[in-house]
Ligand binder design. Structure first.
Ligand SMILES: [Zn+2]
Length: 64
């Protein structure tokens, strides 16, 4: 147990909470139902979400 450990736990809990919300909405947790990812850089092009194959659905995400 340490600061790093509790920080990792906090991140895991936060992610699981996000998953639960997205599951309730039926949306892909990775792209939040958009079907594509948001580019980090302003020059990057949005690409199809590989986790849900661009459908944005939670069911497709959980199948992958
Ligand atoms: Zn997705």
């Amino acid at each position: 147990m340490g600061i790093l450990n509790s920080f990792t736990n906090w991140k895991t809990v936060r992610y699981e909470k996000h998953l639960n919300v997205m599951e309730g909405l039926g949306k892909c947790p990775d792209c939040r139902g958009r079907g594509f990812t948001i580019p980090v850089s302003a020059y990057a092009v949005p690409y199809e979400c590989p986790s849900c194959n661009g459908s944005g659905l939670f069911t497709d995400w959980s199948n992958n």
